[in-house]
Design a protein around this ligand. Structure first.
Ligand code: AGP
Length: 605
């Protein structure tokens, strides 16, 4: 996923393009560039690496434009380099792109046969040449743009400048979001609300297939059928508009500490304010289904995997959870009374979106449990199940994860009540437990100093294992994912009981084993597995509660979290594993918020 900004301004735009790109850097950060119309000509500046490298280029050679576009890239076609950085240009056209053009090889071959020469390895440059060749036939800019779009297969959000067309930026959306921002005599295009947030809080989301011409003070939006379209302009909240690190060193650290609020806000959408009972929002009738199918990727899939235990145990509702990239390519046999839930922070992850569309095409009721409420998934699903975590900027998902867990746990309680599996008193008790989540999460982050103290030793490890049983097993998977994605230490999560079936061969004195096991019905079994590790000289870090700590094996380092009902344990024990990964990454001097090779959300297959 890449970040896009376009500004038709009344004053020079360089500083604002850079400000916006910095806010978008979480979407991709391997190269960046800007271009602007200067005296009827388009000038461009690009740099490999992060935005600060582009700032150095601009310091040496400023861009004196009042109309311009900017881009921060996550490489798909072509290595991260200045040559492949956006904007790309061809003839009169200079443009930036988010997405993937699937037929680019075929288009490139045809354009090359016409004598066009390419300077990059990207699919985006093909769009620029195509657009320029349409303009060269004499078509007006909008007609040439539409003719170009019609020849593209794949996903795109685009912002394009045309030499000789001062004061105009063209934009288009298919598969990748694009928003139009309305300023005071100025107009903006952005890949999300954050892009235009510092400049305006009046935005409109383009629909699939829309294209737009923005000029000073106006936007003309057309739908895929070339009809003028009237898209609603919304006011976005200040929180969405401006996201700063504040007193924290990294967004991830800030977002870990925002979890009590994120969960509280999320739960307010799932707990009826009058009855105080867990309830499904937006009219979703949980009694109408005989099965749940959750599709998601990465951290969101682990939230789903935890929810599976809760839907089945509490509500007796069979629940399958599948990685969306696998689900979409097989032919799952699902009953017509299956509720399909896509879980996603961004609501744009390509594989999850494709899985959601598959479910829709199979006539299932679909729900999007997403943090970005204007995202494609939110708009395409039958029911929106919101999380209210606020913008999550750190690439490693933290508050989005616990917000997903909070929402899913509440849904499981609501499903149990709706299906008559629990009586009113039990529904009230479980709903009461949910209200304790923010306080317990705040309490669980108090292990921060202990996690920081563990980091120097753990940072030396080459491999780390995470173990858990029951709901703590997917949490172990999440712990391992957090550690590997931000500290680059190889880590794996295992079901504690599975250890003896192979992974135990990995245990030695140099392989720390992190066991997530608050006391509860499964604790004794996990104790046995810890003993197996201890007997083989494996260093153990046990994350547990006070009752569990009393039974910890000799020699284990013990981190004591809050005592809570097992229903809440996955939520309450998530912050400690996030903090551990965070401090190990800090210890290693890694780029915590923007780990190598990653992007915040993956809008390509
Ligand atoms: C989380 O730390 C990861 N960076 C990643 O696994 C993420 O959860 C996954 O890509 C799904 O993203 P989504 O929630 O936006 O769909």
């Amino acid at each position: 996923m890449c970040g896009i900004i376009g500004i038709v301004g009344r004053a020079p735009v360089q500083a604002r393009l850079i400000d916006s790109l910095k806010r978008l850097e979480y979407r991709g950060y391997d190269s960046a560039g800007v271009a602007g119309l200067v005296g009827g000509r388009i000038e461009r500046r690009r740099a490999a690496g992060k935005i600060r490298a582009l700032e150095d280029v601009l310091a040496a050679s400023p861009l004196e434009a009042t109309v311009g576009v900017g881009h921060t890239r996550w490489a798909t076609h072509g290595a991260p380099s200045e040559r492949n950085a956006h904007p790309h240009r061809a003839g009169r056209v200079t443009l930036v792109h988010n997405g993937i053009i699937e037929n680019f090889a075929e288009l490139k071959a045809a354009l090359a046969a016409e004598g066009r020469v390419f300077e990059s390895d990207t699919d985006t440059e093909v769009i620029a040449h195509l657009f320029d060749s349409e303009l060269a036939t004499g078509l007006a800019p909008l007609a040439a743009f539409k003719a170009t779009l019609d020849r593209l297969t794949g996903a795109y959000a685009l912002a394009a400048l045309i030499e000789g067309e001062d004061g105009l930026i063209l934009g288009a959306r298919r598969g990748s979001p694009l928003v139009v921002g309305y300023g005071d005599g100025e107009m903006f295009l952005g890949s999300d609300a954050l892009a235009v947030g510092p400049f305006t809080n009046r935005i409109c989301y383009l629909e699939e297939g829309d294209y737009v011409a923005i000029r000073a003070g106006e936007a003309q939006i057309f739908d895929a059928g070339q009809r003028l379209a009237n898209r609603p302009v919304r006011l976005v909240s200040a929180a969405a508009a401006l996201v700063e690190k504040g007193e924290y060193r990294h967004f991830m650290e800030k977002e870990i500490h925002e979890q009590p609020d994120a969960c509280q806000h999320t739960l307010s959408a799932y707990i009826d304010p009058v009855s105080g009972l867990a309830t499904a929002p937006n009219g979703l009738d949980l009694a109408a289904f005989d099965r749940i199918q959750i599709v998601a990727c990465g951290t969101a899939s682990y939230a789903g995997a935890i929810a599976r235990y809760q839907f089945e145990r509490l509500a007796g509702l069979p629940c399958d959870v599948e990685t969306a990239s696998e689900f979409r390519y097989r032919e799952p046999a699902l009953s017509s009374k299956t509720l399909a839930i896509a879980v996603s922070q961004s609501g744009e992850t390509a594989d999850t979106l494709a899985a959601l569309r598959w479910c829709k095409a199979a006539d299932l009721t679909t729900a999007a449990l997403v943090n970005v409420h204007e995202s494609t998934m939110a708009r395409e699903a039958d029911v929106l199940l919101p999380t209210h975590a606020g913008p999550e900027i750190g690439v490693a998902s933290t508050k989005a994860f616990t917000s997903q867990l909070a929402a899913l746990t509440a849904l499981a309680v609501a499903a149990a009540a709706a299906r008559g599996r629990i009586d009113a008193a039990e529904a009230a008790r479980l709903s009461g437990l949910l209200r304790e989540v923010p306080r317990l999460i705040a309490q669980s982050t108090r292990v921060e100093a202990e996690m920081r103290a563990l980091a120097p030793e753990l940072a030396k490890a080459r491999d780390v294992l995470y173990l858990g049983r029951g709901e703590m097993f997917p949490l172990a998977l999440e712990g391992a994912l957090k550690l590997k994605e931000i500290s680059y230490i190889h880590a794996e999560g295992y079901a504690a009981g599975e250890l003896k079936h192979g992974p135990i061969a990995l245990i030695d004195a140099a392989t720390p084993v992190i066991v997530i096991a608050p006391s509860g019905p499964l604790f004794e079994k996990t104790m046995s597995n810890m003993s197996e590790v201890a007997a083989r000289g494996g260093p153990i870090i046990l994350i547990t509660d006070a009752a569990g700590a009393a039974l910890a094996p000799a020699g284990a380092k013990v981190i004591i979290g809050p005592t809570c009902d097992p229903l809440l344990a996955p939520l309450v024990y998530a912050p400690p594993i996030q903090l551990l990964a965070y401090y190990v990454a800090v210890q290693k001097g890694a780029d915590v918020d923007q780990p190598r090779n990653l992007a915040k959300s993956v809008t390509v297959e």
